[in-house]
Design a protein around this ligand. Structure first.
Ligand SMILES: CC(C)(COP(=O)(O)OP(=O)(O)OC[C@H]1O[C@@H](n2cnc3c(N)ncnc32)[C@H](O)[C@@H]1OP(=O)(O)O)[C@@H](O)C(=O)NCCC(=O)NCCS
Length: 164
């Protein structure tokens, strides 16, 4: 996909590295955004494991966050979240672009992710960005009442020279 012009809603927002100090607000926002949220421990484990994580902030207010795991030759988008009142303004797509740009600069050749089959909004931004469905993980995510939901596996090639 070609470079996205920053959405007007991006004005005044800043991306910063996620530090321990952000973990409480991140875990709180996570509970507001997901039926099956990551725990505070999942985020602190991610930082300890050396995953790369950013917060999108407006002053001291948390607007969103992104977590990416880098491994030789590839990157894995583990979490992308925008605060519910700020969703639908183009921020998620733009935050995704920041992650893609970063992963490409690290030399990753592919960016992978999993998404719930039912998550139409997230699937829409990934498809718009150029991710292709490459597989299905059956019963990957928990659902209510001990049911499970399939994950769609998507990937985006990040070849050198591909325009942002
Ligand atoms: C997924 C998420 C990060 C997207 O961020 P966002 O800021 O809401 O997304 P954007 O505003 O950039 O783009 C939304 C796009 O999805 C489309 N969309 C919105 N609701 C939709 C729906 N129910 N079905 C299909 N598409 C939808 C919009 O039309 C928009 O496209 P447009 O720009 O052509 O109008 C955000 O909604 C979120 O945090 N959701 C909860 C957490 C989550 O599901 N994270 C992803 C886990 S894989």
């Amino acid at each position: 996909m070609s470079a996205l012009a920053p959405t007007p809603a991006w004005q005044g927002l800043q991306l910063q590295g996620m530090t321990e100090a952000w973990l409480e607000p991140v875990a709180l926002l996570e509970r507001q955004a997901y039926t099956h949220p990551w725990s505070h421990g999942n985020f602190s484990d991610s930082l300890r494991a050396g995953y790369h994580a950013w917060v999108l902030v407006e002053g001291q207010e948390l607007i969103g966050y992104l977590v990416i795991m880098l491994s030789p030759g590839e990157a894995h988008l583990l979490n992308i979240t925008i605060a519910p009142p700020r969703q639908g303004q183009g921020l998620g797509l733009h935050l995704l672009q920041q992650g893609v740009t970063w992963a490409r600069l690290q030399g990753a050749q592919t960016l992978w992710l999993e998404v719930r089959v039912s998550n139409a909004r997230a699937r829409s931004i990934y498809e718009r960005y150029g991710f292709k469905t490459t597989g299905l993980r059956r019963n990957y995510y928990p659902l209510a009442a001990f049911k499970r939901e399939d994950a769609i596996v998507m990937s985006l090639p990040l070849q050198a020279g591909q325009s942002l």
